[in-house]
Design a protein around this ligand. Structure first.
Ligand SMILES: C[S@@+](CC[C@H](N)C(=O)[O-])C[C@H]1O[C@@H](n2cnc3c(N)ncnc32)[C@H](O)[C@@H]1O
Length: 283
C-alpha cells in the first residue's frame, strides 16, 4: 500500500511564497515580509482544519472563497494580549515618561497593533491616574477587524482578568482594577469614561501611511512577526509620525539593534524597550 509522502521543505517554501503573492494580488494584504516560520505554522493548521493536502490547494480555494480568506486572515494575525502585559514596562512608563508628558499641553498616542484592546485600556487607566487622560487623543489601530471590534466593545471575560489584576498592582496601579469596569457576572465591561478619547481604526502597518503627529507610539509584540526589511520600513513610518523627542515603545523581545534607522532613536530607559526620537526631519 502506498503511504503519503510529506511535502519536501523547498516545495512548501515555494508554495508559501506563491500563496502570499496571490493573497497580496487578490486581496491587497501583504504578508510577503513576515517571518515565515510563524506564518507557516498558522497556514498548516488551516490546511488541516479545511482537510486540504497542500498549500497550493489552499491557494486555489482562497482565490475563489473570500470567507476562507477571512478565516486565514484571522489565523495570521496573532492577537495574544492581556491587561498590563509586562507590568514593569508600565511602571517604567509611569516613572520615566509620564512626568515628561505631563509638561505637554496635549498628547497624541498611537497603539499600532492593538489587537483586542487590553493594552490600550491599560495605558488609558494609567493616563487617568496621572491626570493626563483628558488632554490625550488615543489612536488604536490593527489590521484585524474582528479584533478591532472586540477592542471597541471592551468586553472581556472575568476569568481572563485575573492576570490583569495582578499585573495592574505590579504596574503601580493606584486604585483597584474593578474601578474601571462594570460586570454582568460573566464579563467585565470597560467604563465609557475610559473609551471616550479612544479612536479604534483599521490601519495596516505594511501598506498604510502616517496619519497624525504622535507624542508616543506603542507597537509591542508586532515587530517579532516582521522580517528585517519590514521592520525598517515600519520604523521609518514611526519616525515620520513622531514629534520631536517622541517616544517609541516596543515589546520585551524586540529591539532596534542592527536596524537601518536605529541611530535615529536612543534608549529612554535602561531596562524596558522605550526609545526616544533623537534626530528630527525625514529619514
Ligand atoms: C501579539 S498582538 C500584540 C498586541 C499588543 N500590542 C500587546 O503587545 O499585547 C499582535 C497584533 O499585531 C497586529 N498586526 C500584525 N500585522 C499588522 C499590520 N501589518 N498592521 C497592523 N497590525 C498588525 C495583529 O493583528 C495583532 O493584533
Amino acid at each position: 500500500m502506498e503511504t503519503e509522502k510529506p511535502i519536501p521543505q523547498e516545495t512548501a517554501d515555494v508554495e508559501l511564497e506563491l500563496l502570499l503573492e496571490a493573497i497580496y494580488q487578490e486581496y491587497g494584504y501583504d504578508y510577503r515580509d513576515y517571518i515565515q516560520v510563524s506564518l507557516k505554522r498558522q497556514i498548516l493548521n488551516r490546511l488541516e482544519q479545511e482537510g486540504l493536502k497542500s498549500i497550493t490547494e489552499l491557494q486555489v480555494q482562497i482565490l475563489k472563497d473570500k470567507d476562507l480568506f477571512n478565516k486565514l486572515l484571522g489565523d495570521l494575525s496573532i492577537n495574544v494580549t492581556e491587561l498590563f502585559r509586562d507590568p514593569l514596562f508600565y511602571l517604567a512608563l509611569k516613572k520615566e515618561v509620564l512626568p515628561i508628558l505631563k509638561t505637554y499641553p496635549q498628547l497624541n498616542i498611537w497603539h499600532a497593533g492593538c489587537a483586542t484592546g487590553q493594552e490600550v485600556y491599560s495605558f488609558a487607566i494609567m493616563l487617568k491616574e496621572e491626570g493626563l487622560y483628558e488632554k490625550t487623543q488615543i489612536y488604536a489601530t490593527d489590521v484585524n477587524q474582528v479584533a478591532l471590534e472586540k477592542a471597541k466593545a471592551g468586553i472581556y471575560s472575568l476569568s481572563s482578568l485575573k492576570e490583569g489584576t495582578a499585573n495592574y498592582q505590579q504596574a503601580g496601579g493606584e486604585k483597584t482594577l474593578t474601578d474601571y469596569y462594570t460586570t454582568d457576572h460573566k464579563n467585565a465591561i470597560i467604563n465609557r469614561s475610559l473609551k471616550k478619547n479612544i479612536l479604534f481604526c483599521d490601519h495596516n502597518l505594511v501598506t498604510d501611511k502616517v496619519f497624525c503627529e504622535m507624542n508616543l507610539i506603542m507597537c509591542r509584540n508586532v515587530f517579532i512577526y516582521f522580517n528585517e526589511s519590514l521592520r525598517e520600513q515600519v520604523l521609518k513610518i514611526f519616525h515620520e509620525s513622531l514629534c520631536r523627542q517622541g517616544y517609541l515603545c516596543l515589546g520585551a523581545q524586540e529591539s532596534l539593534l542592527k536596524l537601518k534607522y536605529s541611530n535615529y532613536f536612543e534608549r529612554a530607559e535602561n531596562k524596558q524597550k522605550i526609545f526616544r526620537k533623537t534626530i528630527h526631519g525625514n529619514i
